[in-house]
Ligand binder design. Structure first.
Ligand SMILES: [Cu+2]
Length: 160
């Protein structure tokens, strides 16, 4: 840091040190406002906003496929990059079978509130867990990973 100006400092040096202090203040202001670049989500490790911005919901929905038994099925992979693929699943009201396949080594625990809380429980690396739910109410149901929700690991189930 620049030492505080001494009384013996010449006017020119005093002006220079004031300029330096001003530059430092501007740099700090810029660094603080730089946080706004992350938007509502607050950055890669933030909790995320309650209502995600439109861009965050832009992932294309993948429709669950209805079998001859009337059950709609889809497989969702979860991985070490803390992603669900597909991230957004669409289905019609009814019985839905969600199979979560862990293709990584990191355990995950996917929750779903429909509105009653349910979920897969712990899914170890290379393991698979199937969650069957009956949803009659159209809506958007979040599927966060209970271990990595604060890192943004969550999917969405759209009933429409
Ligand atoms: Cu996880």
């Amino acid at each position: 840091m620049t030492p505080p100006p001494r009384p013996t400092t010449s006017p020119l040096l005093r002006t220079l040190s004031q300029l330096l202090a001003l530059t430092g203040a501007l740099a700090s202001t810029f660094a603080v406002s730089g946080c706004a670049l992350w938007g509502l989500e607050g950055g890669p490790d933030a909790e995320g906003a309650a209502t995600p911005p439109a861009a965050a919901t832009a992932a294309p929905a993948v429709q669950a496929v209805q079998g001859s038994d009337g059950v709609q099925r889809i497989e969702i992979t979860v991985d070490d990059e803390l992603r669900l693929t597909p991230q957004v699943v669409a289905a019609r009201p009814g019985r839905i079978e969600l199979t979560f396949r862990n293709v990584g080594l990191t355990p995950h625990d996917i929750a779903l509130r429909i509105p009653a809380a349910t979920g897969t429980g712990n899914i170890n690396g290379s393991a698979t867990d199937t969650l069957t739910v009956e949803i009659t109410q159209p809506g958007t149901y979040p599927m966060p990973c209970l271990y990595h929700g604060t890192s943004g690991m969550r999917g969405t189930l759209q009933i429409r």
